[in-house]
Design a protein around this ligand. Structure first.
Ligand code: KIV
Ligand code: ZN
Length: 512
């Protein structure tokens, strides 16, 4: 018997981007979108076009570039948002508008200050405006989990009559538990008129750690689209993790009467890319994509796996793309091989000049490191691809001194808006000294919220990838830097975060 298709709607670039400090540049979003397309994601929610002109341009750029996935733009249920989303997705081969409004009593009364009748009217109007741009319109009832069932049925009936093709039921606050969420999905499908004319979708947050379980319960009860993100990135505790949904459905074929179109071997590369770009490190024990997900520590387990893998493994590491990061290039590789490899990774550099700079960085790295992996190339490109207007702070040269019994010192030459300045400071360690030196000339007055170092690949010659999270006046940004010298990587990450604070596009959160 052929199985139904379960559509995978990835919202890493929209809900994922709502994680504190995870804001991405247009180029970074495009790189992730290309990886999602390579993974055969059905729908890519590319952003919230009304949030800012930067968000609008990002969605439009992705709509122009992506051919194999549907590109979706989010819009609140008002005319301005919907038209903005419509304009942004117009270039897409297949474009969707996702419009939403809150339907729970608490959201309607306290946040929207609208009556239920006004909410229904706004939802219907939004769907109709959206249909002027595309016939692929999705409607979400925000906070459906705390909405009254009969009112939800009324809103869904109205938007289906207005022409919505996908009905999304979000657990916006991560409040549900699987048995309840499954029942809600089943009851909606049974009671909403014309429910068989639309695709039912679920969108679950992870506040109680049940986002994936709730989504799967909805699938068992009729949902045929799951909204999820790579690594479970997303607002607060995040969203359902794409890798968990896809692998649960695939591994438990005995239970699920659905299959996805996802190429699972692209999961780990996607996870690494998203982690590298956002600075959100994946916890080692994270399902499917964590570094320990396939590591067997206890002797009994190791013995079992060596005798027969399936004694302790329900999935194969290679099926989700572990070990797929083959050695990309080496010291003798030329510019053409470098360019071809970048193209294979979906990376298109903006100009010949950027390509030359990235190639010079690659050669420098190849001198220090025997084997260059895909992740190394992504790190180089992340460092080099930032648009010049956000490169206010740059490192020109650095010298670090660390000796037993002496205070570590950093001497830096920095460029601030094109003007070179020297900075020096001592600190409790060389990284502390480097940050103090930078602050002595930048004077940002920001607070350091997080400093983390991660090895991009294995071996002591690996590049260290550093994330620095800074906060200033309520804004939070993550900066990244990569280098075989972790002090240099740290200084780069700090400067990258300062550049993001400096560029500071103000954006609206869709839930506001
Ligand atoms: O969590 C939520 O309700 C959302 C909607 C915009 C779908 O992200
Ligand atoms: Zn959400």
């Amino acid at each position: 018997m052929s199985k139904d298709t379960l559509l995978i709607f990835d919202t890493t670039l929209r809900d994922g981007e709502q994680s504190p400090g995870a804001a991405m540049t247009r180029e970074e979003k495009l790189r992730i979108a290309r990886q999602l397309e390579r993974m055969r994601v059905d729908i890519i929610e590319a952003g919230f076009p009304a949030a800012s002109s930067g968000d609008f341009e990002s969605v439009k750029t992705i709509a122009e570039a992506i051919k194999e996935s549907t590109v979706c733009g989010l819009a609140r249920a008002n005319e301005k948002d919907v038209r903005r989303a419509g304009e942004a997705i117009t270039p897409a081969r297949s474009g969707r508008i996702h419009t939403f409004i809150a339907t729970s009593p608490i959201h309607m009364e306290k946040k929207l200050r609208m009556t239920p009748d006004q909410v229904v009217e706004a939802a219907v109007k939004a769907v109709k405006w959206a249909l002027e741009y595309t016939d692929d319109v999705e409607f979400s009832a925000e906070d459906a989990v705390r909405s009254e069932f009969d009112f939800l049925c009324r809103v869904f009936d109205a938007v289906i009559q207005a022409g919505a093709k996908t009905i999304n039921v979000p657990d916006t606050v991560g409040y549900s538990i699987p048995v309840q969420w499954g029942e809600r999905m089943r009851a909606l499908i049974e009671q909403v008129p014309n429910s068989d004319k639309v695709i039912w979708s679920t969108h679950c947050h992870n506040d109680l750690g049940m986002a994936s379980a709730n989504s799967l319960a909805a699938v068992l009860n009729g949902a045929r689209q799951v909204e999820c993100t790579i690594n479970g990135l997303g607002e607060r505790a995040g969203n359902a993790a794409l890798e968990e949904i896809v692998m649960a459905v695939r591994t438990r074929k005995d239970l699920f009467s659905v299959e996805t179109r996802i190429d699972a071997t692209q999961i780990v590369p996607a996870s690494r890319l998203v982690s590298q770009i956002t600075g959100y490190v994946v916890q080692p024990n994270k399902a499917v994509v964590g570094a320990n997900a396939f590591a067997h520590e206890s002797g009994i387990h190791q013995d079992g796996v060596l005798k027969h893998r399936e004694t302790y493994e329900i999935m194969r590491a290679e099926d989700v793309g572990w070990n797929a990061n083959k050695i990309s290039l080496g010291k003798l590789s030329g510019r053409n091989a470098f360019k071809t490899k970048l193209a294979e990774l979906g990376i298109v550099l903006a100009s010949e000049e950027t390509l030359n700079t990235a190639f010079a960085r690659f050669k420098e790295l190849a001198d220090k490191k025997r084997e260059i992996f895909d992740e190394d190339l992504h790190a180089i490109v992340s460092d080099e691809m930032g648009p010049p207007e956000v490169e206010h702070y740059k490192m020109v040269a650095s010298k670090f001194h660390s000796e037993t019994g002496e205070s570590p010192r950093a001497e830096l030459t920095l460029s601030l808006g094109g003007v070179e300045q020297r900075a020096q400071a001592s600190g409790s360690g060389p990284v502390d000294a480097a940050f103090r030196a930078i602050e002595s000339v930048a004077g940002s007055g920001s607070d350091l919220l997080l400093y983390s170092v991660n090895a991009i690949t294995t071996g002591t010659d690996a590049q260290g990838e550093v994330t620095v999270r800074l906060s200033k006046d309520g804004r939070i940004v993550n900066g990244q830097g990569a280098d075989t010298d972790i002090i240099v990587a740290s200084a780069k990450a700090y400067l990258n975060a300062l550049n993001k604070l400096h560029a500071g596009p103000e954006r609206v959160n869709p839930q506001l």
